[in-house]
Design a protein around this ligand. Structure first.
Ligand SMILES: [Zn+2]
Length: 349
């Protein structure tokens, strides 16, 4: 393990851990040993009260992986003409490289794919380098390495092994093993909506504790919504539970953006920026290509239309470019609770 720049504490006793000659970390109070593997420190071990949770979260990760694979497969049907496919692939590569540097190229590339990275890039713009904590980091986002010392926490050691962060924690997000005020920035991507409501109080207190005073946090979150396709989805509570809450590892903390913002502010944070967003086009297939589409002719039409469109990646991309211009205008003008996702930035007061 390279030099660890963060003070790690025992999740139970809150005492700073000591390094033993063997390389493992030890709690000076309860003498618990924590395994170190490369730059990964494991706080879960094989005992621990959260074994049940681990099982739940592991299922969640598997489902999340399966879902992104499914989404990728929908997009994999390439336009059949080999030369066009080639030109398209090169253009796409070009724009995706450019977009990392220049946000205004946004409109020419795939807005729905790029907007996450753009949101975080804008967040770090003009901020000094610092200590960054990525919650539920999974394999991590290389982008964060550019902006400071990156620390990721996740329950799943297999995905942590594929991450390029400076320090990785296999641990419980409700018992963060960090000393108070260690981080300048906290970030998360598609994560908050997975924290069950019953645990959110502990969760936000932990964030408040480890973030520096005056530090910032940026979260990219899937939300509940008042847009018409969500109002339609809500009309069938059982299907809503099945396809919008339990699917994709459980959106157990799905809530309206305005409520989420108010709640987080209640913990002593101040909202400084919000970005309202609608679903990506393929979300209609992921959520509604099931019993739902038999309930409404319009929804069935949208799902079938998206399916057909996405078989031709090149045409899909052209349509996306045009559609995303209107989507962005609508997103800017719509009420916050029409959002399907929001990017929110809070300052720690
Ligand atoms: Zn201890």
């Amino acid at each position: 393990m390279e030099e660890c720049k963060i003070n790690l504490i025992c999740p139970e006793c809150k005492k700073i851990l000591r390094r033993r000659d063997s390389g493992t970390l030890e709690c000076p109070a309860c003498k618990t040993l924590f395994a170190v593997e490369g730059n990964i420190v494991s706080f879960l071990g094989n005992k621990g009260a959260i074994a049940q949770d681990l099982n739940y979260y592991q299922q969640w990760q598997e489902q999340a992986d399966a879902t992104s694979k499914q989404a990728e497969n929908y997009r994999k049907y390439f336009y059949s003409h080999a030369r066009l496919r080639n030109i398209y692939a090169r253009l796409k590569k070009f724009f995706h490289a450019k977009i990392k540097e220049n946000s205004t190229l946004y409109l020419l590339a795939d807005y729905f794919v790029a907007r996450k990275d753009i949101f975080f890039k804008d967040f770090f713009k003009a901020k000094p380098s610092g200590f960054i904590l990525d919650l539920g980091c999974g394999r991590g986002n290389d982008l964060f390495n550019r902006f400071g010392y990156s620390v990721g926490i996740d329950f799943n050691i297999d995905v942590l092994r594929e991450s390029s962060y400076n320090l990785l924690i296999q641990g419980d997000i409700l018992k963060l093993p960090f000393e108070d005020g260690q981080f300048d920035y906290i970030v998360s991507t598609d994560f908050l909506e997975h924290i069950p409501f019953a645990r959110q109080d502990i969760f936000y207190r932990e964030l408040k504790r480890v973030l520096k005073k005056g530090g910032y946090m940026a979260h990219f979150v899937t939300t509940d919504s008042r847009i018409f396709w969500f109002r339609f989805a809500h009309r069938f509570p059982e299907l809503f539970q099945k396809h919008l809450i339990k699917a994709i590892g459980g959106h157990y903390g799905l809530e309206f953006p305005s409520r989420l913002i108010k709640k987080v502010e209640g913990y002593g944070f101040k909202l400084v920026h919000k970005q309202k967003m609608l679903w990506e086009p393929w979300e209609f297939i992921l959520r509604f290509d099931n019993e739902y589409k038999e309930k409404s002719r319009q929804i069935k039409f949208i799902v079938n239309f998206m399916r057909r469109l996405m078989k031709h990646d090149f045409i899909f991309h052209l349509v996306t470019i045009v559609v995303s211009i209107f989507v962005r205008i609508y997103e800017a003008l719509m009420p916050v609770d029409f959002s399907n996702k929001i990017g929110v930035v809070f300052k720690n007061l």
